[in-house]
Design a protein around this ligand. Sequence first.
Ligand code: DP6
Length: 376
Amino acid sequence: MEVEGAQICELSERELHEATVTTPVNIAVVKYWGKRNNDLILPTNSSISCTLNQDHLNTKTTVRASSSYTDDRFWLNGIEETISNSPRLTTVLVTLRAIRKEKEKTLGPLAEGEKPLSEWKLHIASENNFPTAAGLASSSSGYAALAVCISKVLELDLTASELSKIARRGSGSACRSLYGGFVEWQHGVDPSGEDSCAVSIAPESHWPELEALILVVSDVKKSTPSTSGMSTTVKTSELFPLRVNEVAPKRIKQMEQAILEKDFNSFATIAMKDSNQFHAVCLDTFPPIFYLNDVSRGIITLVHRFNSQVDPATGEPLGIRAAYTFDAGANAVIFVLKNNVKELVEYIASHFPPATLQPTSVYFPDPFGIFRSADA
Ligand code: DP6
């Protein structure tokens, strides 16, 4: 199987029909919010994300196929869920089985009484090492892991691009987790969705100085799921067409250039503005959707204050040295260059004592509740 950025997906086959895959989350810096086709999960605009180091936030999925299993079964974080209650999981499963069935037509005949692999039932266990559904992009890593892992068990030789399209049917943002580094999900124009998949802009090694900190403001389940939230936005927000037709396409080009040129100032400015516009569009949805809370807004103010500091020796502005972005939840992701991490962490910690940021000792061992994407 060709998975570009293979370093992000560690595959381990313990036996013939079992595989374990670990897949990272990605955080959008130009957001996806809105579908033009709900069933195929085709977006209204392209989006760009950074894939985080999978040592920290990831989904680990194990799939086992057996000819003796009588049902497909699924466990999320150790609790069994009913597969038929999840049409998207079913879609991913059905799509991959159909590809397997096609492949079987080209394989030799089976032994007497042998069942083809496409008919074997699967037991799937998936675990996030961070709070699920708290707006920390769990579906992005979850469905990417699921698509890669099932395809591995079914012995399918799919490219990262093909897997990206299948993961997209589980959750839009998941299509970007098939690649490491900097990734664009191209919205595509084909009604079938054939051209709506992720492509790599640059690998992780392109900009190793860039780090992400996650400030855990709240680990409770988000009040409005992304899927229903964006559907109401598409139907009701008057600001939304401006975003889709004018702002997002312009930002995609600018963000791609900022990444390729490692221009932190532009990267940070676009990321912050895009996060703000996404939440403005949520507020313009009717009834409005609120993802940010007072602590989130406090973090936004703090980052702007940090960015407006001057050099005490020269009085010159130090420039933009940090960028926030918020998805469908109150938690902040802060992008910062390595040489500014220490100062920023101290600055945040002096304003937000650990209790405010609700560190969860299991997932975020740092005393400030701050997760670092890589060791500096
Ligand atoms: C705010 O991918 O969770 O994180 O496709 O309906 O499953 P569905 O939505 P999902 O939406 C993510 C929205 C976002 C922005 C982004 O990741 O681009």
